[in-house]
Design a protein around this ligand. Structure first.
Ligand code: AMP
Length: 215
């Protein structure tokens, strides 16, 4: 089962990806998390990516496509994957089709999670993430049990550098311009399903699992 999660930043893709991953025992691949790991490791790729990520721009297609191509070759992806934050442009989607075709695989379902801009800004300005396992928290709606400490792995929980209001607004503009056209791209294939993302996490998960079961 190969699943793509589409939706603006803050729509809950990461949270839903983690739940689907647990439920279906397939890996969640987040290009954002992989790029942040490269930044933390101080690699050349990380240095390159950081200059784009810090201002809310997309990292160049070829960089991200290469990361995903290599990741999809790993053994744990055999049964399927959940792609969170990739593709983010039509070019990335076309390249993903080529990569999957070479591997004899295909996309089974694309879940498009929609959330109003105002709600996104509210969510992201108080979002916190685990610096190690990437678990997602929210200061009001999903706080950690112990302040600043991840419930799952005990590492520090931090605010992402690009979760400040100005950068979030720019990320939303980038999403509308470069990523939203993907909805039309996947609608043509009859794999697209809409998920109202303004609901509580468990309600969204219920919709998501019904749609996956039906696909
Ligand atoms: P995310 O964690 O998905 O919100 O991504 C954070 C940032 O990482 C984005 O604002 C981009 O700068 C970069 N990024 C993540 N995924 C991609 C992608 N598929 N293509 C280009 N840039 C990406």
């Amino acid at each position: 089962m190969n699943i793509i999660l589409l939706g603006p930043p803050g729509s809950g893709k990461g949270t839903q990806a983690a739940k689907i991953s647990e439920m279906y025992d397939i890996p969640a691949i987040s290009t954002g998390d992989m790029l942040r790991e490269s930044i933390a490791a101080g690699t050349e790729l990380g240095r390159q990516a950081e200059s784009f990520m810090s201002i809310g721009e997309l990292v160049p297609d070829e960089v991200v496509i290469n990361i995903v191509r290599e990741r999809l070759k790993e053994k744990d992806c055999e049964k399927g994957v959940i792609l969170d934050g990739f593709p983010r442009s039509i070019h990335q989607a076309e390249e993903l089709d080529n990569i999957l075709e070479e591997m004899g695989k295909r996309i089974d379902v694309v879940l498009n999670i929609s959330v109003e801009d105002e709600e996104i800004i509210r969510r992201l300005s108080r979002r916190r993430v685990c610096s190690r396992c990437h678990n997602v928290y929210h200061l009001d709606f999903k706080p950690t049990e112990k302040q600043g400490v991840c419930d799952a792995c005990g590492a520090d929980v931090v605010q992402r550098a690009d979760d400040n209001e100005d950068t979030v607004k720019h990320r939303l503009e980038v999403y509308r311009k470069q990523s939203e056209p993907l909805i039309g791209y996947y609608l043509k294939r009859d794999v697209m399903k809409d998920v109202p993302g303004d609901e509580p996490i468990d309600k969204v998960m219920e919709t998501v699992s019904h749609l996956i079961e039906a696909s």
